[in-house]
Write a protein that binds this ligand. Structure first.
Ligand SMILES: [Zn+2]
Length: 82
């Protein structure tokens, strides 16, 4: 008798897990417009990953760029003037 209850319980848990997986899969990706402070973002100059909260932020041509240091930001402005 106990075996049946345990199997039933496992089936229910499995059912919920599968349903949740499908629900997560069906949802669209979260918007990237405003990254959180601890989101890692790639420095376009040296290709290092930096946390948005501690990155050097530069805006160029309507886009926001994140750099690991002032040196990289300066280098970027020299190579891409806009
Ligand atoms: Zn850098």
């Amino acid at each position: 008798m106990y075996k049946i209850i345990i199997i039933l319980l496992l089936v229910i848990i499995l059912f919920y897990m599968v349903r949740r997986a499908f629900r997560d899969w069906g949802q669209p990706a979260p918007p990237k417009a405003t990254p959180g402070k601890d989101v890692m973002i790639q420095d376009p100059v040296c290709k290092t990953y930096v946390a948005v909260g501690s990155a050097v932020i530069e805006e160029a041509g309507g886009k926001t760029y994140y750099f690991c240091s002032q040196d990289c930001a300066r280098h970027f402005k020299r190579t891409k003037p806009s």
